[in-house]
Structure formats: C-alpha cells, structure tokens
Write a protein that binds this ligand. Structure first.
Ligand code: I3P
Length: 125
C-alpha cells in the first residue's frame, strides 16, 4: 500500500515519541545523528515524523519524514551499536537501517514487540 500522506490518514494504532537515527541508507553507512521524533506504527509502516515538538492542531497534517516498510524488515535489539540503553535496530530489505531508543526500558520493549508483531503479520518477500 502507498505511504500515508499524514498521521490522520495513516490510521496508526500506536504512536509515541522516541529517539532515532538513520545509520544506513541503501546499504551505505550514514553518520549518526540522533533526534527525538514522533513515531507512528501502522499495519505496513513505521512512520517517523520530523519534529517531536508538535502542537495538536498540526498533528493530523504532519507528513512522515521516513516511512519504514515493515514487510521483509528485521528488528533486533542492538548490541554495541550505541552507548545508549534500550536501543533496537530496524533493517529493511532495501538496506536501510534505523536505530530507535527510549530511556524507559518498558516503553522501549513495548515498541519493540509491537513492531515485531506487525512485521510477523506481513509476508517476508
Ligand atoms: C556521534 C554522537 C552520537 C554517538 C556516536 C558519535 O558523534 O555523539 O551520539 O552515538 O557514536 O560518533 P557526532 O555528534 O560527532 O557525530 P551514540 O550516542 O549512539 O553512542 P559512535 O560513533 O560510537 O556511533
């Protein structure tokens, strides 16, 4: 399905704030640049929005900056990729890699298992 235009259209079933940095794009390493973003989980995408400072009037119209396609993606707890705690990585079949992090380990685990469960419902290829 096409990438949702905005949060309202996305029908996300889980939204929240997380720290994130893209570390690979199309198989090429990127310099880490952590930022705090609104993230939204849909059946097919993890949508990452530009700015965590959102006022509720604009929220519905917010355009995703990154749409991680979940079908065929891999989610793993990161080992040695960051000095931060509770970091997991999402790797797409197209060779994009994003680290996601949240200081609260319970919140991080909720995100991890929600995303993992969404991935497991989609065909792998
Ligand atoms: C990076 C920045 C990141 C850090 C990264 C640094 O430096 O401090 O926060 O990752 O570590 O290189 P810069 O701002 O100069 O780009 P973590 O916070 O995840 O540890 P790394 O190079 O070991 O990945």
């Amino acid at each position: 399905p096409p990438v949702p235009e905005n949060l309202e259209e996305s029908r996300a079933f889980k939204t929240g704030i997380m720290n994130r940095t893209k570390i690979m794009e199309n198989g090429k390493r990127l310099r880490k640049n952590w930022s705090t973003s609104l993230v939204a989980l849909t059946d097919h995408y993890l949508l990452i929005f530009k700015d965590a400072k959102i006022n509720s009037h604009q929220e519905e119209n917010l355009k995703p900056e990154i749409a991680v396609e979940l079908g065929g993606s891999l989610i793993e707890w990161s080992q040695g990729l960051s000095s931060r705690k509770n970091v997991f990585q999402l790797t797409t079949f197209t060779g994009n890699q994003i680290l996601l992090q949240e200081d609260c380990s319970l919140t991080a685990a909720e995100w991890f298992y929600s995303i993992k469960s969404a991935i497991s419902k989609l065909p792998k290829c």
